[in-house]
Ligand binder design. Structure first.
Ligand code: IPM
Ligand code: MN
Length: 357
């Protein structure tokens, strides 16, 4: 089969981690008889520099026509002075909205070989850690009404957190569907002791839960969830939450694994369409040095094969190759220990491609 992938290399280390990941995908294509055609499009800082806007309509069009989107990272200090609505990060919000990517899957797992990198005590993560944060991605306060106004009391600014029943129901379904394939436990995180939007969230999630009698549902307030993630992270399987809480908790979850350079993510629309990107950002301080860890982007490609292209054997092959990479003792700069000779970004891509077979 032939697949058209829209590729946004983006800023900072984006281009190099994406190149390493597409080299692995090419190898998968060779081995399994697929051809992956890449259409490179601009978004973020690179787009501001080259065409004067962070999300050109051409990019949105090509992404919509593609089978799936792969993104490196956007943003960096270079664009700090760009006005808010044109910052590189705006491109992400625009892509999510335009492509209908309402379900953000952010797995946070500790790889056996890297458990020492976790900042948590060994006994807290003993036996591994495997959490999936399911974050609502196109609603809530990120997309609600907002304004900054002059008033007699001085400037006033607000951003509205608003959720409809339909928005809550569809993301809840995603979380329960995911839980069915995992350990059948959903923790829905909200602030229902204070917020109306959270009370509706809780009500609709409970309704959806009735359709999944095999899945256990817990509700947790977000402040407690932030605490429980460091106190006893193994109690979580799937965390279902809103856009803003998911933004914060997924960063926390990624940090407790100790290896953010290893974590992929998927942003899914209805049907199978999705955009895939590493959880780490653009890391401008190490850009262009061939020392960034491309494994998160490589694992994001595996998620794309699994969720969007329906190629689960091929996805498994990549995940196994990454596993082998670690088991054989190869390391990238961010996860290298004292005695290790780390591999560069490109060399890591080549090694994983070789291990794909
Ligand atoms: C993320 C990022 C974005 C978000 C920013 C850059 C808009 O932090 O993907 O988590 O808050 O969603
Ligand atoms: Mn974030």
């Amino acid at each position: 089969m032939e697949y058209n992938i829209a590729v946004i290399k983006g800023d900072g280390i984006g281009p190099e981690v994406v190149d390493a990941a597409t080299s692995v995908l090419d190898k998968v294509g060779e081995k399994y008889g697929h051809s992956f055609r890449y259409e490179y499009v601009l978004a973020g800082g690179a787009a501001i520099d080259q065409v004067g806007e962070c999300l050109p309509s051409e990019t949105v069009r090509i992404c919509k026509e593609s089978d799936g989107v792969l993104l490196g990272a956007v943003g960096g200090p270079k664009w700090d002075d760009v006005p808010g609505d044109q910052r590189p990060e705006r491109a992400l919000l625009g892509l999510r909205k335009e492509l209908g990517l309402y379900a953000n899957l952010r797995p946070a797992m500790v790889f056996d070989e890297l458990s020492a990198a976790s900042p948590l005590k060994a006994e807290i993560i003993a036996g591994g850690l495997d959490i999936l944060v399911v974050r609502e991605l196109t609603g809530g306060i990120y997309f609600g009404e907002r304004a900054t106004k002059e008033t007699p009391e001085g400037l006033v600014a607000y951003d509205v957190e608003k959720y409809s029943e339909g928005e809550i129901r569809r993301i809840a379904k995603t979380a329960f569907d995911m839980a069915m394939k995992r350990n059948r436990h959903v923790t829905s995180v909200d602030k229902a002791n204070v917020l109306d939007s959270s009370r509706l969230w809780r009500k609709i999630v409970a309704e959806v839960a009735e359709e999944y009698p095999e899945v256990a549902l817990d509700n947790m307030y977000v402040d407690n969830a932030a605490m429980q993630l460091v106190r006893n992270p193994k109690q979580f399987d799937v965390i279902l939450t809103s856009n803003i809480f998911g933004d914060i908790l997924s960063d926390e979850a990624s940090q407790i694994t100790g290896s953010i350079g290893m974590l992929p993510s998927a942003s899914l629309a209805d049907g199978n369409f999705g955009m895939y990107e590493p959880v780490h950002g653009s890391a401008p301080d190490i850009a262009g040095k061939n020392i960034a860890n491309p494994l998160a982007t490589i694992l994001s490609v595996a998620m794309m094969l699994r969720y969007t292209l329906g190629l689960s054997d091929e996805a498994d092959a990549i995940e196994k190759a990454v596993d082998q990479f670690l088991k054989k003792g190869y390391r990238t700069f961010d996860i290298a220990g004292g005695g290790d000779t780390p591999l560069g970004t490109r060399e890591t891509g080549e090694k994983v491609a070789e291990l794909v077979g």
